[in-house]
Design a binder for this molecule. Structure first.
Ligand code: UD1
Ligand code: UDP
Length: 356
């Protein structure tokens, strides 16, 4: 008798999701009875926000790429919902995988839920407890309609339990640690000579959508004691150039375009401090044992705050220099797992499908 083949769809669309999908694709490729489809929502679309990650990380060519980029929240989410629904009906998968907390995550998950297609949510249970963040709404809703929930930490596990979600929740660690370790082991992260700088990314609406706020951040970075290398997200660049008409003319800041994954890891690995509002970069800074300053009022990744490894700064930006200078910090090598999250996810997912 011919063995059943299981169809699994993985939906990606924003920069961090290309990175998270890479070890997942690898883990599922070990199962011969899986037909794995990747769908790109098109949320991010510039070459260096999308295609570069497919090239570097050998990602599967998407079965289809939707066109949801550069739209309002409602239009983007609605376009993803409609586009993914059509593809789900066409492919009829046994399960869909979604990652993190973007509009691509909730759009895809909602389409699947309405068609009764099981949903596996990777990076479940995270909370900032700030519903002003679009991501907080996306992740709460996605968790509550998911069938399999993969959490990176005990905190996330307990959070889901406190919301009544106990079934098919698995503590597996963080898939971003898997892919970072693979790249470091394979020595594909370029060497760098320059080691005397701080590395920055800023893209959250509350730091960028107000001109005075963004200028305040840039002016603060401009006064630090070492040069700042700033990988500028298209959201931030578009606002500075088109909406605020501010030249990228800051003596102490070198703006560079969004980097591929390998170069970004090299910048992280060699800097003296990471200054960011990114979720992923807080973790990567930690694993690479770089001090991090997070320009936010809260973080979902609360464990990184222990022992001064990561510090939240929002109102008092003038404190940044002082925090950087305090170097007495210790990192825990086992934070967010042991870099085998993707294997656990693939195994638990297949066990779930065999049981059904
Ligand atoms: C999105 C996610 C955020 C995640 C981030 C990762 C939501 C609600 N937000 O935020 O959680 O941290 O991605 O980077 O899903 N743009 C370009 N070129 C691109 C991509 C975007 O010009 O390749 C422009 C868009 O046209 C838009 C702006 O950047 O005007 C913001 O993009 P969008 O995807 O809406 O939100 P992000 O800020 O990227
Ligand atoms: N990243 C990258 N190039 C850059 C900046 C970030 O490859 O110029 C990677 C980074 O290593 C991390 C991910 O993108 O893996 C984080 O994505 P982002 O900050 O856009 O989103 P967030 O994690 O905040 O949702």
């Amino acid at each position: 008798m011919k063995k059943k083949t299981y169809k699994i769809i993985s939906v990606i669309g924003a920069r961090p999701q290309f990175i998270k999908a890479s070890p997942i694709e690898l883990a599922f490729s070990k199962f011969e009875n899986v037909e794995f489809y990747s769908i790109h929502t098109g949320q991010h679309y510039d070459e260096n926000m999308s295609q570069i990650f497919f090239n570097q990380l050998n990602l599967k060519k998407p079965y289809k790429t939707l066109e949801s980029g550069g739209k309002s929240h409602a239009k983007q989410t609605a376009d993803i919902l409609i586009g993914i629904e059509e593809l789900l009906i066409e492919i009829m998968p046994d399960l869909i995988i979604v990652y993190g907390d973007t509009n691509s995550t909730i759009g895809a998950a909602l389409a699947a839920a309405k068609l009764h297609i099981p949903i596996a949510h990777i990076e479940a249970g995270l909370r900032s407890f700030n519903k002003q963040m679009p991501e907080e709404v996306n992740r709460i809703l996605t968790d509550h309609i998911s069938d399999l929930l993969f959490v990176p930490s005990e905190t996330a596990l307990n959070q889901l339990a406190s919301e009544g979600i106990n079934q098919d929740v698995y503590l597996c660690g963080d898939v971003m640690k898997d892919i970072m370790n693979i790249c470091l082991e394979q020595k594909i992260v370029p060497a760098q000579n320059n080691k005397n700088y701080y590395y920055t990314t800023i893209h959250r609406p509350y730091n960028t959508d107000n001109k005075d706020r963004l200028l305040h951040i840039l002016n603060t970075l401009n006064t630090l004691d070492k040069p700042v290398i700033f990988s500028i997200h298209p959201r931030t660049l578009n606002l500075l150039k088109n909406s605020y008409q501010i030249d990228l003319n800051f003596n102490n800041i070198a703006f560079i375009e969004p980097q591929g994954y390998f170069d970004n890891l090299a910048y992280l690995k060699n800097c003296d401090c990471v200054i960011t509002d990114s979720g992923g970069m807080q973790k990567e800074a930690y694993w690479l044992k770089r001090k991090c300053i997070t320009i936010r009022k809260e973080t979902e990744w609360t464990e990184t705050l222990e022992n001064g490894c990561n510090t939240l700064v929002f109102d008092n930006l003038s404190e940044i220099q002082k925090i950087i200078s305090d170097t007495n910090i210790q990192f825990d090598d086992t934070l967010y797992g042991t870099a085998n999250a993707s294997e656990i996810i693939a195994e638990k997912t297949m066990a779930y499908l065999y049981k059904k």
